[in-house]
Design a protein around this ligand. Structure first.
Ligand code: 4AD
Ligand code: MG
Length: 456
């Protein structure tokens, strides 16, 4: 009898000779007397060969891409000199069509052609998901999330699941999504940071991989309305400890991902495709992912301002940068692309950073804060040491015009055994855009949301 397998089993030499395999027709090649089906089942691709009588039925003659089908036959290694994905092929002796897919104008490749506009592409995200690029990106995404979890376990952090429905802001009122919570005002969380801070005395160092929400009113390559936020919080650390931990986490995670041959191949393929795609846009950039060298370059905000001015990169008003200016996305991206390696940008001025950040003891104009910048994307991580003094925090609420009442539970951390502590948040989609050479974070989300898009 035939044993039911997944395509991955054949690629990994775990399949018996006689098998039953089900999937969707990814590609179809009809030659005289033979039909070649590239079958896709989500775990890989398998070349299936129909010969003789099998090619002469009505079903065989009307096969279309994306038809679902079950095939029976013998798995054999691909003959010397020939090529097929996974190195195996299926010599089919029987098959059943399960669900036909339309050809012609209704075929997926015609509904969303390669050069379709973005509206069409994202309206049909449920169909484009079946393509090589989307599926490779989402497989790398799963591998990256798994690797982050593994690294956190190695370093002894515990995973928690903070709430998404909250009544406090973290990163400024202008990007809050508000909703009606049984008649009370509530928000979708912008960051789980404040909740992670409350876990320290109970659970020790913690992390979460949770959705964050930002009502971003601009359309950029790196902003989503909903994104996956990898956040961690550590107690009894210094700012230097925070930077070392972050570098260790990023490098360890990248090593796990890069040492997995299947994932590595996806990353290489995606970067090659990015290079070709850039060429079509007339952009000569060559995309190639390489695990970064340690230690990461550390640059203070003040030095970055100098660097930008030395390189004639202007601020948003078209003037030279002054201390206190926000470094806008375009300037940040140019700087990172020129330096072309990861940068820890540290010690941002108090005025341009969030209310909870601890001030630098040596220079009270700046905070113990860090952004990690990566070529092609810019900021992928934001973190800081937190104000651990009760009175300083109360003053910060007042300075920022934040009503302290809803934060009573956060404030209490400073009352019941405060400690120096800090943490950070990594945007998973930005991390992936960097690693996979994607043009926008939208490609790194299963069903991306941004201003104007909440479907499918
Ligand atoms: O720099 P942010 O706003 O920092 C925080 O939220 C901190 N409370 C995190 C912490 O310390 N626990 O966001 C952190 C990261 C950014 O560096 C970026 O990678 C990502 O989250 N991010 C977004 N990604 C996609 N779309 C958006 N609209 C994003 N906003 C932030
Ligand atoms: Mg930030």
């Amino acid at each position: 009898a035939a044993k039911k397998i997944k395509i991955r089993d054949a690629a990994e030499n775990r399949a018996p000779t006689r098998v039953k395999v089900s999937g969707w027709i990814h590609r179809l090649r009809d030659q005289s007397k033979m039909i070649f089906i590239t079958l896709r089942d989500g775990t890989g691709l398998l070349q299936c060969i129909l010969t003789d009588n099998l090619t002469k039925t009505y079903d065989a003659m009307t096969l279309t891409n994306e038809t679902s089908i079950t095939l029976f036959g013998e798995i054999k290694p691909v003959p010397e000199g020939a090529q097929a994905p996974g190195g195996h092929e299926l010599h089919v002796d029987y098959y059943e069509v399960i669900g036909k897919a339309p050809g012609g104008a209704e075929a997926i490749t015609n509904i969303v052609a390669r050069d379709a506009d973005n509206q069409t592409k994202y309206d049909n995200r449920h169909l484009t998901l079946r393509g090589d690029i989307a599926s490779a990106t989402l497989k790398v995404r799963a591998a990256v999330a798994k690797a982050f979890r593994q690294s956190y376990e190695d370093l002894g952090l515990l995973e928690v699941t903070p709430p998404c429905m909250v009544q406090t802001q973290v990163e400024g009122g202008s990007t809050l999504f508000e909703f009606n919570y049984y008649g009370e005002k509530a928000y979708l969380t912008q960051s789980s940071q404040l909740y992670l801070e409350t876990c320290l005395p109970s659970l020790g160092d913690v992390f979460c991989i949770q959705e964050s929400f930002r009502a971003e009113k601009s359309l950029t390559r790196r902003h989503l309305s909903e994104y996956t936020h990898i956040e961690a919080e550590l107690a009894f650390i210094t700012f230097d400890d925070l930077l070392s931990h972050l570098e260790e986490m990023l490098c360890r995670t990248i090593d796990y991902v890069w040492n997995d041959p299947v994932t590595k191949q996806h990353i290489i393929d995606l970067n090659k495709e990015a290079t070709n795609e850039a060429k079509r846009r007339g952009d000569p950039t060559v995309f190639e992912f390489k695990p970064p060298q340690r230690p990461f370059l550390r640059m203070s905000y003040a030095d970055a301002i100098k660097w930008l001015n030395e390189h004639n990169i202007l601020n948003e008003e078209g003037k030279p940068h002054a201390f206190g200016d926000d470094i806008a996305e375009a300037a940040e991206r140019r700087m990172t692309d020129i330096i072309n390696k990861p940068i820890f940008l540290t010690k941002f001025p108090v005025e341009i950073k969030a209310f909870y950040m601890k001030k630098d003891l040596e220079d009270p104009r700046v905070t113990e804060s860090v952004d990690c910048l990566m070529p092609g994307v810019g900021e992928i991580v934001g973190g800081s040491m937190r104000m651990d003094d009760l009175n300083e925090l109360l003053a910060a609420y007042q300075r920022e015009g934040i009503a302290p009442e809803p934060y009573y539970w956060f404030t209490d951390q400073r009352k019941y055994g405060t400690t120096p502590h800090g943490g950070y948040g990594i945007g998973l989609e930005r991390f992936l855009a960097w690693m996979c050479g994607r043009y926008t974070v939208r490609e790194c989300s299963l069903y991306p949301r941004w201003m104007g898009r909440c479907t499918p």
